[in-house]
Design a protein around this ligand. Structure first.
Ligand SMILES: CC(C)(COP(=O)(O)OP(=O)(O)OC[C@H]1O[C@@H](n2cnc3c(N)ncnc32)[C@H](O)[C@@H]1OP(=O)(O)O)[C@@H](O)C(=O)NCCC(=O)NCCS
Length: 178
């Protein structure tokens, strides 16, 4: 088994795995698609390419970085889940996020993929994770709760009111929850 095989997480319906060069066109297309980028805004071609390159580089250092979610039944990349760095209130956080193509929403995929990748987070990192969600985004907040995050506070993020959630992962959490 190669190192990259070990990084692949499989669930009943999904694969969650590090991005590859072959995913580039798919992600550049998704990052430029209004329906996929709802609540965030579409990127330009250049920004989308840069975002994909960042995703690849970040996942080389953080194994639970934002990465493709592949639907087993279709073989398609249907979204992403995982963390990226974000600066908030003077501190650099690992921010957990997820995003699916519209036809794959409402099926529980974000929770299924997130729970699987959180297992990788527990094995490789000890600390706190942050989630930042628009108050009106009920679906995302439901997923966030199902992933074990708890509400912290509402605060402005880049000028917009956002609900912030946190959860801890790693050695300390495993000691008290297993
Ligand atoms: C947010 C998102 C990832 C959720 O993923 P998902 O796999 O569709 O989530 P689920 O199927 O588990 O649904 C989550 C919950 O929200 C509920 N829900 C779904 N759409 C909803 C809506 N429009 N309003 C309220 N609740 C909704 C579901 O019934 C489910 O509730 P349950 O936990 O009680 O069963 C997905 O909708 C998405 O990609 N949205 C666009 C991008 C986005 O908002 N990303 C998050 C940015 S913070």
């Amino acid at each position: 088994m190669t190192k990259s095989d070990r990084a692949v997480v499989r669930t009943a319906r999904l694969l969650v795995r590090p991005p590859r060069g072959a995913d580039r066109d798919r992600f550049v297309g998704l990052f430029r698609d209004e329906a996929f980028m709802v609540h965030a805004g579409v990127l330009t071609e250049q920004e989308a390419g840069d975002r994909f390159d960042h995703m690849v580089a970040f996942c080389r250092t953080v194994p639970f970085g934002k990465q493709p979610v592949v639907e087993l039944s279709s073989g398609l990349v249907v979204g992403y889940t995982g963390v990226d760095h974000i600066a908030f209130e003077g501190r650099t956080w690992l921010e957990w996020g997820y995003r699916l193509v519209p036809e794959c929403r409402g099926l529980g995929y974000a929770t299924e993929a997130g729970q699987a990748l959180l297992a990788t987070a527990h094995q490789t990192y000890t600390g706190e994770l942050l989630a930042i969600i628009a108050p009106e985004n009920r679906a995302s907040q439901n997923v966030c709760h199902k992933l074990g995050f708890t509400f912290w506070k509402q605060a402005p993020v880049a000028g917009d009111a956002r609900n912030l959630y946190t959860r801890s992962v790693g050695a300390e959490w495993l000691l008290t929850h297993t």
